[in-house]
Write a protein that binds this ligand. Structure first.
Ligand SMILES: [Zn+2]
Length: 369
């Protein structure tokens, strides 16, 4: 016993030193496998500057995942009728693909599935060309953006039970995956407010969680048959009432039960912008890989980073590995973001917040290496 007491400090020192050495040997990929950046596709005028941004500002900051919100802004060949204005050409996409490959950046395209098929004032290309896919044809678009409004119109949805919608939309999904040479596809699926509506002859009266899960499962099967991953935003899978998180970053329209109705292989992007809600734990404990996403408040992002490291450190290995990383989200257009990031354009305070948040968060992430 005496000997043990004498030796204990040395044993402790040796064990501690070994642990420190092990910690030092860990690469940034071990500590934070996914270091993401999410932004809208730039317009043609800003495309070259965007490439420069990837090379000079994402690569040195160790970003290894680029989620590009493309939507219908690509020159689709199978469905040229769906090409939006200011669309990326195939040649441009291939330039970006090459640059990302050279720098080991996983490039993921996004096309919104189910929700976000319009703004308050304008339908997207899908509902413009195929108005029959609209879940709420009786809801008229507003003349001017106004929230709240009588119809509670934030964004339209397509009808998940329309017999023709998936053929058209999946053609576009497949084309994006092919041209981006992607091994993962992001389907959005956030803020789906119109779902299982009474005015839809197919969906009325149906369980909204089942409708939401059905849409995830259908796409998951379509993608996994090609060996591709499905990524989605996580808000519809969190109960907004029980958590107090409300209708935006969580669900107040009874979709949350879908969390138990979809495959665990779906990757969840868990976004919280105003407070560092620890909901990634919910997803990890359910068996999902989860990525925490901040936006425009550096303090929130840094707290989320602290949580991320703590959750990984204090969980059993199988669960720790599900906390995959963090992804900075940029909303409001790539062109504006680049103007603020490089030229400090003053007119866009919200963009300024996200620009600073990105710099501050990745300054810290870089130190993990
Ligand atoms: Zn419907």
């Amino acid at each position: 016993m005496k000997l043990f007491k004498l030796c204990f400090p040395f044993v402790f020192f040796i064990v501690f030193s070994q642990q420190s050495l092990l910690a030092q040997e860990k690469s940034i990929d071990d500590i934070m496998p996914v270091r993401g950046f999410c932004i809208s596709a730039p317009t043609p005028d800003y495309f070259d500057q965007f490439l420069k941004f990837v090379e000079e500002d994402l690569v040195p900051r160790k970003v290894n995942t680029l989620l590009l919100l493309v939507g219908y802004r690509y020159e689709f060949e199978k469905h040229p009728e769906l090409r939006d204005t200011l669309a990326l050409t195939k040649k441009q996409v291939k330039k970006l693909v090459k640059l990302c490959k050279e720098n080991n950046i996983k490039l993921i395209p996004q096309l919104q599935i189910l929700g976000h098929q319009s703004s308050m004032t304008k339908a997207n290309m899908l509902l413009t060309v195929y108005p029959e896919f609209d879940e709420t044809p009786d809801v008229k678009l507003l003349k001017e953006r106004q929230w709240p409004n009588e119809q509670e119109l934030y964004a339209k949805s397509f009808c998940p039970l329309h017999p023709g919608v998936h053929k058209v939309v999946y053609d576009c999904v497949d084309e994006l995956i092919e041209v981006f040479e992607a091994d993962a596809f992001h389907a959005g699926m956030d803020e789906v407010f119109y779902l299982g509506e009474d005015q839809c002859p197919r969906c009325s009266g149906r369980d909204k969680a089942e409708l939401f899960a059905g849409e995830v499962n259908k796409l998951y099967c379509h993608l996994s048959n090609q060996g591709k991953e499905l990524w989605i935003w996580g808000d519809r899978l969190i109960d907004g009432k029980t958590t107090g998180l409300g209708m935006w970053q969580a669900s107040m329209n009874n979709t949350a039960r879908a969390i138990d109705l979809i495959p665990k292989e779906v990757v969840i992007c868990d976004w919280h912008y105003k407070i560092a809600v620890p909901s990634s734990v919910l997803f990890a404990m359910k068996g999902f890989n989860v990525i925490t996403c901040p936006y425009q408040t550096s303090e929130v992002a840094l707290t989320q980073l602290h949580h991320f490291l703590s959750f990984r450190e204090n969980s059993p290995e199988i669960m720790a590995n599900r906390f995959q990383g963090m992804m900075q989200t940029i909303w409001g257009g790539a062109d504006d973001f680049l103007e603020v990031f490089y030229n400090n354009k003053e007119e866009a305070p919200r963009r300024k917040g996200s620009s600073e948040c990105f710099r501050n968060l990745f300054d810290e992430i870089k130190k993990l290496d």
